[in-house]
Design a binder for this molecule. Structure first.
Ligand SMILES: C[S@@+](CC[C@H](N)C(=O)[O-])C[C@H]1O[C@@H](n2cnc3c(N)ncnc32)[C@H](O)[C@@H]1O
Length: 210
């Protein structure tokens, strides 16, 4: 695995191919927002301008960038990524955002931190963020996106656990929003409910603990 410096940016090269920090499906989502359409993540989070959002599984930052648009310049998105390779790819990528797609005057700031999600949550105070997002790697891919196949090579494969959700509910002021392929037996114990959407993956949310 190595960082590849090219004329069109910094990428991650592995035996499987070259992983680029690009918007992928988030491009379509951002365009839909401009047309006034509703994004399933933003609906689940009830995101509004000025929100502080913690994305505990930053990855290629697609959800984070959709969130950043919704929370606007008065809001903030903090992204956590534990894969050192992905952290460096994303750090470089965030410096090269396309201003036509993500104008800085309308998108909130994204701050990226290299850390394990659950360890970071322990350092947060209660109600530190309006929404906490968890989108761990699925065992079975739900997308044919080549970017996500390459991401799998370097991503942290830690599955979603009840302890992770519990810790996130303490830190959230409003909602913990989760992307999951299927519901698990403990979801109802954590107050997790499915949020209807047309997306391939399932969106679930749990209320913050007070
Ligand atoms: C499915 S991807 C997230 C994709 C992201 N939502 C997006 O829109 O691009 C999961 C990401 O979370 C990271 N991850 C998994 N477990 C983690 C943990 N415990 N702490 C921090 N990052 C984690 C993986 O390395 C991977 O990059």
């Amino acid at each position: 695995m190595s960082l590849l410096f090219t004329n069109d940016g910094v990428h991650l090269a592995s035996s499987e191919g070259v992983l680029k920090f690009h918007l992928g499906t988030a491009y379509i989502r951002l365009q839909a927002l401009v047309r006034g359409e509703i994004d399933p993540l933003l609906r689940a989070a009830e995101a509004v301008a000025g929100d502080r959002v913690l994305d505990t599984t930053f990855g290629l930052g697609r959800d984070a960038r959709v969130m950043a648009r919704a929370v606007g310049v008065t809001g903030q998105v903090v992204g956590i990524e534990s894969s050192r390779a992905l952290f460096h790819l994303a750090t470089q990528g965030l410096k090269q955002l396309d201003p036509d797609v993500e104008p800085t005057r309308s998108s909130g700031q994204i701050r990226l931190i290299l850390a394990d999600a659950q360890s970071y949550l322990q350092t947060c105070s209660a109600n530190d963020f309006d929404t906490v997002l968890i989108d761990p790697m699925f065992d079975t891919p739900t997308t044919s996106d080549r970017g996500f196949e390459l991401l799998r090579v370097v991503a942290n494969p830690t599955p979603l656990t009840e302890a992770w959700v519990h810790a996130a509910r303490r830190v959230a002021r409003r909602w913990v929003v989760i992307k999951a392929s299927d519901s698990q037996p403990w979801f109802s114990k954590q107050g997790l409910e499915w949020v209807p959407s047309n997306s391939n993956a399932g969106w679930y949310r749990a209320p913050a603990t007070t």
